[in-house]
Design a protein. Structure first.
Length: 277
């Protein structure tokens, strides 16, 4: 890690630690599987805001608020249509909904206390669009009319809607807007492919995502799906690296290289585990 990256990395880790501290509750953790924070997206958002000239304090507030909203949305997405007929299952369902609401409400409190009324509106509108995309995805799945391309488009919109909304509002040029939107979308796609690949290899489960479309092909096997996921992830990682290389100034490029290199480390770790199995 270069000297240019170290302060930034420490600041991002501090933001993530603050988010975890603000949501820690032993009762919730006992019954609810709290999703992981989208760390790379937060790192990209923080860097984008600093590049737009925001103070570190203001960029931290925006990043923490967005991270809390994302956790709330991710938590609500984990609510199942059906649970076991038991007290523990019912409590898990109720707490999952309530925890998602709590995380989402914390963003409003944080931005309101900071006087960031415009940011509240930006994120509120983004939440609406993300939820609309979720409903579209659910209805298409229910009716059996969802294609792989439509799934990937909606999944990307769901995963990046908050961040892209902030880019749209605070980018200072169309070129900047296109670059950062593409970077958020491509990195989110990489994370999805790597997540499915890991689940397929480590848990021996077919993820509820892009993999199922691959398995619908005649004669498809789990091994072929895993290979396809790996190839897709590598392709998307290459696109991310090309985007980073196109960015100026070099200082920002160095930090973005650190972010995208985390995917390479993840891939290498997965490959080592596969070789040892």
């Amino acid at each position: 890690m270069s000297k240019e990256q170290t302060p930034y990395v420490d600041e991002v880790r501090a933001i993530i630690d603050q988010i975890y501290q603000s949501i820690t509750h032993s009762f919730v953790e006992q019954y609810v599987d709290v999703p992981a924070i989208a760390e790379n997206r937060l790192a990209l958002l923080y860097l984008f805001l600093l590049e737009r000239g925001m103070t570190k304090e203001r960029a931290r507030t925006f990043s923490m608020s967005t991270g809390l909203v994302q956790l709330g949305l991710d938590m609500h997405e984990r609510v199942k249509n059906a649970y076991d007929n038991s007290l523990a299952a019912e409590r898990s369902r109720q707490l999952t909904v309530l925890a998602g609401d709590y995380y989402s409400s914390r963003y409003y409190q944080m931005l309101a206390e900071a006087g960031e009324l415009e940011a509240i509106q930006v994120l509120s509108d983004a939440i609406q669009r993300v939820n609309e995309a979720k409903m579209t995805l659910y209805m298409a799945e229910r009716d059996g009319r969802l294609s792989s391309d439509e799934y990937l488009t909606l999944r990307t919109e769901i995963d990046t809607g908050l961040y892209v909304a902030i880019v749209d509002k605070y980018a200072d040029s169309e070129e900047t807007r296109r670059f950062w939107t593409a970077l958020f979308e491509e990195t989110a796609a990489v994370e999805n492919m790597l997540g499915e690949w890991e689940q397929l290899k480590w848990q021996q489960q077919v993820p509820f995502g892009f993999s199922r479309f691959l398995l619908q092909k005649p004669g498809a096997t789990i091994a072929q799906v895993a290979a396809a996921l790996e190839a897709k992830a590598m392709e998307l990682m290459s696109i991310c690296e090309q985007l980073v290389r196109s960015l100026h100034p070099p200082e920002t490029r160095h930090v973005l290289t650190w972010i995208t290199s985390r995917y390479s480390h993840r891939v290498n770790r997965l490959k080592r585990v596969i070789e040892e199995m």
